[in-house]
Design a binder for this molecule. Structure first.
Ligand code: BES
Ligand code: MN
Ligand code: ZN
Length: 479
């Protein structure tokens, strides 16, 4: 989908030739004398449209307008929530039609956040997954003109939003692919494909090299699968070498059956999404490649399958992580932390300014925060505040969770330095406490995206979160 930014007031919008024109209105809208305003005043007067509510009114071949379809979309007070609703309803109203070129205009000047959200919402509402369909129906909307009273002033912001869309859609694509079309090797291929962009480099380690690094914890998870593991190292270099990078680590379990601690059958298919953290790292790099900011970023992805087999790791087995700490694997379904801990140790070599891991780590986090906010844990208040703020600004929300040392009590065991699980209580927090043991050498944050990375039910599919949050954080990280 191509986005274009254009200076358009309502009179300009009226003469913009397009298959559909969506006009976004807030309560503070004052009609003037252009053709759109005339139509609007009539609709408001007749009570067919109310600015307070999030309501839509569609018109076909309106007189005196150059568009084929017009959708007037009210969005109440213009809050991000109402804006998203208005855009998705309006795009739904023209979906199925033959709309190739869409123009989206603001009748009242949007805030920075609203503009960002509008671009993301159009992409979201028109996204279709096609890769594994035999007769795909690709998205019909090819071009989107964003019309604003002063386009020039909004250009950098607009470019950010467009890059975020490219990143989010790259993340969605890889997270949505079924596990037999997104193996560790194929994920590594997706990472390598990013290295064709200037500034991006990619190195992929296989089983032998990972054994050489003594990543005994990561290897233990992978050993039950015939698919060889991959450890992916992405680098984006936009600043001087001396500038310490931010390291992003994405959990890349391409399928999580639970292993010997097998999961129940219902909804097990959704565990193809267990590499959503990895997909978000790929997505961030896709966006960085587009924006070329003056920062350094490293992306690490430990990728493998978690399957039951004669060679699988068993409950009670003790393995030695790259850090030297021994781990008793009491539950093979708590595999995310086992692959992440070795990646955290690997991250030390970059002398990072901060390390953020992103993982669909615990069902408990989904229970705690639902699908609205990702769980955020941080060893450093400044990092926590920056991530929280980035979430708010990009409408990709997170919520800080505690890391009190008392939560680590249950990870004690008689047979190793640490166990990989404790009881059911506080499951998202005890998982974070496990990771924290491997993150002592740098400012560290952990995003548990179990509830936010995908949707279940009829809208089943990846959300592309938290690409927008991470991107926002990174672009604000070094001034
Ligand atoms: N990938 C799952 C977490 C998950 C479960 C995400 C459901 C989204 C929906 C993770 O590997 C896992 O299985 N975690 C266990 C941990 C438990 C064994 C301590 C869980 O949450 O049940
Ligand atoms: Mn698991
Ligand atoms: Zn998992």
């Amino acid at each position: 989908m191509d986005f274009e930014l254009k200076t358009l007031d309502l009179a300009g919008a009226a003469s913009e030739k397009c298959d559909a024109l969506i006009v976004l209105l807030t309560e503070s809208f004052k009609p003037s004398r252009d053709a759109v305003s005339v139509l609007l005043s009539q609709a408001l007067k007749a009570g067919d449209l109310e600015l307070k509510a999030s309501q839509c009114l569609s018109v076909y071949r309106p007189d005196a307008l150059a568009c084929t379809r017009l959708v007037l979309a009210a969005m109440g007070d213009g809050s991000v929530r109402d804006l998203r609703k208005a855009v998705s309803t309006a795009v739904a109203a023209i979906k199925g039609g033959k709309v190739k070129k869409l123009a989206l205009c603001f009748a009242t000047a949007p805030s920075e956040q609203a503009l960002h959200c509008a671009v993301l919402a159009v992409a979201e509402a028109s996204y279709v997954y096609t890769t594994t369909k035999s007769k795909p129906e690709p998205r019909t909307i090819e071009r989107v003109v964003i019309g604003l009273a002063d386009a020039n002033a909004c250009k950098p912001l607009f470019q950010r939003a467009v890059a975020a869309v490219a990143g989010i859609e790259y993340a969605k694509e890889w997270a949505n692919r079924p596990a037999n079309h997104a193996t560790p090797t194929q994920i590594a291929g997706a990472a390598k494909a990013l290295a064709k962009f200037a500034g991006v480099q990619c190195e992929v380690l296989g089983p032998k090299q990972v054994a050489g690094l003594a990543m005994g914890s990561f290897m233990a998870v992978a050993q039950g699968s015939n698919e060889p593991l991959r450890f992916i190292v992405l680098r984006y270099a936009g600043a001087a070498k001396a500038q310490p990078p931010t390291v992003l680590i994405g959990k890349g379990i391409t399928f999580d059956s639970g292993g010997i601690s097998l999961k129940p059958a219902p909804e097990m298919d959704e565990m193809k999404f267990d590499m959503s953290g990895a997909a978000s790292v790929l997505g961030v790099f896709r966006a960085l490649a587009e924006l070329k900011p003056k920062i350094n970023v490293v992306g690490l992805i430990p990728a493998c399958e978690n399957l039951p087999d004669g060679r699988s790791v068993k409950p009670g087995d003790v393995v030695t992580s790259m850090s030297g700490q021994t781990i008793e694997i009491l539950n093979t379904d708590a595999e995310g932390r086992l692959v992440l801990c070795d990646a955290l140790t690997y991250a030390e070599r970059f002398k990072p300014r901060a390390v953020i891991d992103i993982a669909t780590l615990t069902g408990a986090c989904m229970i705690a925060l639902g699908g609205v906010r990702s769980g955020m844990f941080a060893s450093n208040d400044e990092l926590a505040d920056a991530l929280l703020a980035a979430g708010e600004a990009s409408s990709d929300l997170c919520w800080r969770m505690p890391l009190d040392e008392d939560y680590a009590e249950g990870l004690k065991t008689n047979f190793a330095d640490v166990a990989n699980v404790s009881g059911r209580a506080g499951g998202a927090i005890t998982a974070a406490k496990f990771l924290q043991r491997f993150a002592g050498k740098f400012p560290w944050a952990h995003l548990d995206i179990a509830g936010t990375a995908w949707k279940s039910g009829i809208a089943k599919g990846a959300t592309g979160r938290p690409v927008a949050l991470l991107l926002h954080y990174l672009l604000n990280s070094v001034k």
